[in-house]
Design a protein around this ligand. Sequence first.
Ligand SMILES: *Cc1c(COP(=O)(O)O)cnc(C)c1O
Length: 335
Amino acid sequence: MSLDELGLRNIPHVLLASLPTPIMEAPRLAAAIGSPRLWIKRDDLTGFGFGGNKIRGLEFLLADALAQEADTLVTGAGPQSNYVRATAAAAAHAGLNMVAVYSGTTPPQVQGNYRLTRLLGADIRFTGNPDRASVDGAIEETALELRSAGRRPYPIPRGGASVLGTLGYVQAAYELATQCVNKDISPDALVLATGSCGTQAGLLAGVRLLRLPWRVEGFTVSRPVDEVKSRVLALAQAAIERLGFTRTIAPQDVIVHGGFIGPGYGVPTPEGTQAIRLAARCEGIFLDPTYTGKAMAGFLAYCNRGHFRRDETVIFLHTGGEPALFVGEGSWLNE
Ligand SMILES: *Cc1c(COP(=O)(O)O)cnc(C)c1O
């Protein structure tokens, strides 16, 4: 199936990412972990606005915002959100205003993604409630408030986990399939960190539409496993329908692993930190403490328990997030 047949070319998008992102073999990391043959898909290198996975979905969301003649993008999350930073960069690039709605209160230090989002000129607000879910209602309220002031807001849910946002990873599945053919790689599984679920959902939808024999295995970094499974299923199904197909995703196709969040979302874990060190020292690749480090720690543990067989081939999706390495004094990284 071509990109045309997938129906993706009919849906407007604004070019932001540098694509295709590289896919690199990671033999020293694989040896250190005792993993199957391991490749890393470098979506940390999507380039625009410090890169990461969120840039792909923003291409579709930004095009939709422009088609609706919006003048302001509105989204939110915690102050260290990669998504808010990427959305603020997209807004600046398109000449739109940006409102960032953060949970909690003003952080004591201006670091990492919060620093970058401020640098991008976003209008920043806080919900005053430390629960990140407090942002969901606040995004809608902010959009209403802007609308009644005569503005044209375009609200985007946390993480861009909407049908349009999910399409970025349907396209990524196609990109990856092409790279695998060219490099003669036959992956058994794609492994990734899952948060708001659009990335896993898009990959799963793409893999199913392209009839690829790949498992898509997410390690949750924030939500409970059951919640992630139902969100991934719903978003993947909605993406397939948006593209005009009728294929159904079976619940057993949604593979989500738990057990690596530690004390909470965004809080570094010893296993995650160990995985960050391994990737840095074996491959010169930086993982992040909130997402990719925890997913790699999960992958390592699942290799140890024999879930991934030695004769398999796995592609780890590096979803970015490196600005989090520059938050705090970093003692958690020291050995
Ligand atoms: C948002 C994010 C993820 C998770 O993607 P979702 O689509 O929200 O599940 C993974 N890694 C990084 C670095 C992210 O910023």
